[in-house]
Design a protein around this ligand. Sequence first.
Ligand SMILES: NC(=O)c1ccc[n+]([C@@H]2O[C@H](COP(=O)([O-])OP(=O)(O)OC[C@H]3O[C@@H](n4cnc5c(N)ncnc54)[C@H](O)[C@@H]3O)[C@@H](O)[C@H]2O)c1
Length: 401
Amino acid sequence: MRTAIFGQGYVASILAAGLQRIKEGEIGYEGIPLAEHIPESIEEIELVRAFDIDERKVGRRLSDIVSWYWNGGISFENDYTVKRGYRQPQRSSGEGGEEMLNGAMADTGLEEVVWRLVEEYERDEVEVFINLTTTENVQPFHDATELERAIRENRYDRVSASQLYFYSVTQYDKPSAFINCIPAQIANDPACVELAKRNSCVVFGDDGASGATPLTADILEHMRQRSRRVLCISQFNIGGNTDFLSLMEPERNLAKETTKSSIVHDILGYEVPHYIKPTGYLMPLGDKKFVAMHIPYISFNGAEDELTITARINDSPALAGMLVDLIRLAKIAIERGEYGTVYPINAFYMKMPGPRDAKAIPKVFAFELVRSWIGYGSIDIGDGEREKGGGTDGGEPEVSN
Ligand SMILES: NC(=O)c1ccc[n+]([C@@H]2O[C@H](COP(=O)([O-])OP(=O)(O)OC[C@H]3O[C@@H](n4cnc5c(N)ncnc54)[C@H](O)[C@@H]3O)[C@@H](O)[C@H]2O)c1
């Protein structure tokens, strides 16, 4: 499973370190949700390339960059160099008030950028691509021809980096997968899903559900099942990594808020005043963010209860562990020819599961959806498998095409 990454930041670096340590038998499969439930072997995942726009990273070896995030000292079987990615030019005003485009590639046509990237993919024989770039607020295209036109007409202002990367993957002449872990709408944009279907591409997304959001989703389901009426939800995160730093820009935070908030109405079935978003950057917390949650609710005879949760959660390993599953699930989807997007996968691993208008569901249910998609015919109840439907096979997957 030859994998390339857009954005060699914290998550990508922890993924590389963890995979290498697994291969060397140094650590186990903790933090990988479906570790041994997926037939594809973890050891066969190969990270072969990354693209970034940070000048301190471009041209540097993977091992150098990983050492900025993880100081365990590690050598990689494929110590690739990071290549230059695509930076969306920004609009600004010139001295005479005229509008200017600033960006390394603003003078290069978008189609040319795409073909340069595709050449790199071909050289590295990439099968799976992961988008781990900085959060950006993206306007969906809705219609595939609009996205194609924006590329053709060099609409630098309209085509975000994530959209350009996604488009480039669909132009690559090999069945492949694009895993969108950031809040940009890709699996939720019908334009992208249509392009993916047309061009033998699988797309998973959007925005990896790794931290407090999946926990909130399962707590809300608990409330729903017990007919407890939720009065409001406060959930905030403060972290000290660069992802949190970038989310302090209002535009970027808005994108994150949208993906996190979609769970409330989807699960409870009614509107509840809520505040669910990253709230602050505090450098000393580093990657281990502080999460707090408060959910007051009405119980029998009007009793008012409340739930409060506080946690410290290492942010990057939480997503990196899920990526070990997503790469292998992408491989299965490509082999089955399930092009476009795959809801059962998105429902478990993503905050805003595509396709557009698909519901966010509690992760405890979504877990079973993924297992059933893989081919398991039984429900996982922890210490044994409970038979479901007609399938009973002692927990082995009945992988179907
Ligand atoms: N648990 C988690 O950490 C988690 C959960 C869900 C989603 N995410 C999302 O995953 C993404 C990565 O998180 P991170 O903690 O690794 O962030 P990070 O800031 O450490 O890394 C982001 C990297 O992307 C690079 N980048 C920015 N624009 C780029 C472009 N146009 N092309 C190529 N590279 C570009 C940056 O230079 C940086 O190296 C973020 O968007 C975040 O919102 C993270």
